[in-house]
Design a protein around this ligand. Structure first.
Ligand code: HEM
Ligand SMILES: [Zn+2]
Length: 181
């Protein structure tokens, strides 16, 4: 996974829990990177999963919840670092609809080493947006958090359903986003 994701993760821990907690995580995980990450470089996914698992033991909060919270924190950092110019999008639904074909597509062009998830979209007659998420990483809880972060950014109140999940044996995750007035 991209160094920028790791940098945001360590920033979040230091900001919300303090330097001592980050140092404790480094001591427990003992990562080969020594906890120093560079944007644009790739690091092993297992490193972030190891931090999350230690953090879960330390805080008694389940890993999926930790991942969701991280996604919410991560969103604005990703947005600010985006090479794709998405400034002219002013609403959440249009924004979510262009993640796959525009935003992640651009990431892939700039960083050919990046592995990105795939999203397929549908819209229900009620106006809900369905996002089918597929990735070897099964980070659907990160999606939930990122979408929640995007909703805050666009000042749009939403609810997110997750009726089908790769963690329960489905071949893709189904995320249903309902937009409130
Ligand atoms: C609500 C909006 C977004 C969602 C739901 C989303 C979803 C995801 C997920 C789940 C991953 C983890 C990789 C995987 O699942 O295989 C990911 C990775 C990534 N996304 Fe997004 N994303 C969003 C917005 C953005 C934005 C605005 C950017 C702007 C630059 C971005 C750039 C990236 C990058 C750089 C990675 C890491 C790729 C790698 O590790 O090689 N994403 N995204
Ligand atoms: Zn899922």
């Amino acid at each position: 996974m991209q160094g920028s994701i790791f940098t945001s993760f360590s920033d979040m821990i230091i900001e919300k829990m303090g330097m001592s907690v980050w140092n404790e995580l480094l001591e427990k995980v003992n990562p080969s990177s020594e906890g120093i990450y560079t944007n644009g470089m790739q690091y092993d996914d297992s490193e972030i999963l190891a931090y999350l698992s230690e953090l879960s033991t330390m805080t008694q909060v389940e890993v999926p919840t930790l991942i969701r919270n991280f996604g919410e924190y991560l969103f604005i950092h990703l947005l600010n670092s985006s090479p794709a110019k998405i400034l002219n999008i002013d609403n959440l639904k249009d924004f979510l609809t262009c993640i796959d074909g525009v935003i992640h597509n651009e990431i892939k062009r700039v960083y050919p080493d990046a592995y990105l998830p795939s999203f397929k979209y549908e819209e229900t007659p009620e106006g809900d947006l369905i996002m089918f998420y597929k990735s070897k990483r099964k980070l659907c809880h990160l999606c939930e958090g990122l979408i929640a972060g995007a909703a805050i950014h666009f000042e749009q109140s939403i609810s997110i359903g997750h009726p089908e999940c790769m963690h329960n044996g489905a071949d893709k995750c189904k995320l249903v986003i309902s937009f409130k007035e």
